[in-house]
Ligand binder design. Structure first.
Ligand code: ZN
Ligand code: ZN
Length: 80
């Protein structure tokens, strides 16, 4: 019997053992790749305000730093 990753829909035969993942309001049977992607995504932080990126929209590359859209807006306001 084979299981399918609920995110990328690959078979565990292809992507390895699936794990029941319950973090960050995710509750799914996932493969290691998807788990890593989700962990990476939620561990990203804005290098300016230090808030988790997923709460602040996407991160933007600005002067070699990854910052959130809200900090980016503040910078743009100050520049004008
Ligand atoms: Zn997957
Ligand atoms: Zn920020």
């Amino acid at each position: 019997m084979s299981n399918v990753c609920e995110r990328c829909e690959k078979l565990d035969a292809d992507v390895g053992k699936l794990r029941h993942y319950q973090n960050y309001e995710v509750d799914k049977l996932l493969c290691q790749n998807c788990i890593k992607e989700i962990d990476d995504y939620y561990s990203l932080k804005c290098s300016k305000c230090d808030k988790p990126a997923h709460l602040r929209g996407n991160l933007i590359e600005y002067q070699n730093e990854k910052i959130c859209t809200i900090c980016m807006d503040e910078i743009r306001l100050k520049e004008n």
